[in-house]
Design a protein around this ligand. Sequence first.
Ligand SMILES: Nc1ncnc2c1ncn2[C@@H]1O[C@H](COP(=O)(O)OP(=O)(O)OP(=O)(O)O)[C@@H](O)[C@H]1O
Ligand SMILES: [Mg+2]
Length: 370
Amino acid sequence: MMDEPANLAEIRLAAGSDAKRERYVRQFVNRFLSMEGVGVMLLDSDFRIVEVSDMIVSLCGLPRADIVNKHAERWFDEVGLQPRPFDRSLLEGQTFRNRVLNWKQDKQVHMLMIDGESLTEGEERTGAFVLFRDVSHRMALEEQVRRSDRLKTIGQIAAGTAHEIRNPLTAIKGFMQLLNKSLRDRDMEKEQEFVGIVLSELDRVNDLVSEFLLLSKPKELRQVSMRVGGIIQEILPMIRNEALLHNVTVIYYPKPEMPPILADKELLKQVFLNLGKNAIEAMDGGGTLIIRECCSAEESNRVAVEFRDTGPGIPPEVLEKVFDPFFTTKPQGTGLGLSVCQRIVDELGGSIEVASDGGGTLFVVSLPCS
Ligand SMILES: Nc1ncnc2c1ncn2[C@@H]1O[C@H](COP(=O)(O)OP(=O)(O)OP(=O)(O)O)[C@@H](O)[C@H]1O
Ligand SMILES: [Mg+2]
C-alpha cells in the first residue's frame, strides 16, 4: 500500500462536504488524466486496459476506443513495444520503479520512466496501474550541461597550449617573411616558391590555433539587436559558392516577421557557416541544403534557424560525439567546427540541437529574442 499523497490529504481538508469532496477529486482526476508529460494506465485483474490518460493515447497514435478493454499484451504488440516493458507479474504484486522505456514515435524517441503498482481490495488482487513520465527533455538538458562542462575543462587546457603555440608561430612567420624578401632580392624563384608554401601552411596552423583559442576563451561578445535573416543573407553567397562546387542545391526560407535577436554578428556568422559547410561536405555526391528561419515551437521568446540536409545522416553512435572537440570522421577535419558552434551559441544564451536518420541531418540553432 502506498502512502497517501500529500495533495490528496489537502483535498480532504479543503473539500468539507462529501459531494463537494467528490467533485473536487473528480476534477483532480480529470486534470491528471489530461496532463502532458505524465501518463497513467489502469489495468484490471485479467491484465486488460481499463483506462489510459491522454499522454498515452497521443504517444501510441491510436484512438482511445482502440486501447481501452484491450489485453495489455496485445496492446504491446500493436504499438511495437519490444521487449515488453512489464508483464503480468505486476498483478501479483511485483511492483517496479524508474524502469526506462524508449518509445519510438514516428522519428522521435521519447525516453520514459515508468512505475508499476498493484491494487488490492482486502485480500483480493483487483488490478494495477502504471505511471509513465516523459523525461526526454530533462535528459537532453542534462546532456547539454555535461557537454558544456567537458568543453570548459578542455577549454582551460586549450587556452594554455594555444597561447604557447601562437608565440613561436609569430616569430617563425616573421623570419620567413624576412627570408622571402632576401630571396626576392637575389631572384631565387624556386626557393621563394618553397617559402611561399611554408607561409601558407603557417597561416593554416594559425587559423587552427585561432579557432582553438575561441574554443577556450571566447572573445568578448559584442551583442546588438539584429534580425537573424540579415546574417544569413550575408553568408548565403559564400554557402552557395561552396555548394556549387559540391553539386548541392541551397534553398533558403526567410521569415521576415521574426522578432530580432540579441547576438554577436561575426560569431553567429561563424556558427551558420560551420553548419552550412558540414552539410555540404556531407553531401559530396550532390543533394539539397534547406536553411529555414522559424519561430521556436517550444518557447515564444526564441527564434530558430534550421539547417537540413539530404546527406547520409549520422549513425546514433556518432551522433553522441559530434559536439566533442576534435571528434571528426573526415581525413582533413579538425573536429572543432561543431564544438566552436556550441560554445558560441551557449555564450549567446541559445542552444543547438541535432537530429538525424538515414534521410539526412537536421541542426537547429535557437536563440533568445532581444
Ligand atoms: N550535416 C552533417 N551530416 C553528417 N555528418 C555530420 C554533419 N555535421 C557534422 N557531422 C559529423 O560530425 C563530425 C564533427 O563535425 P565538426 O564540424 O565538429 O568537425 P569536422 O567537420 O569533422 O571538422 P572541421 O569542422 O574542423 O572541418 C563530422 O566529422 C561529421 O562526422
Ligand atoms: Mg565541420
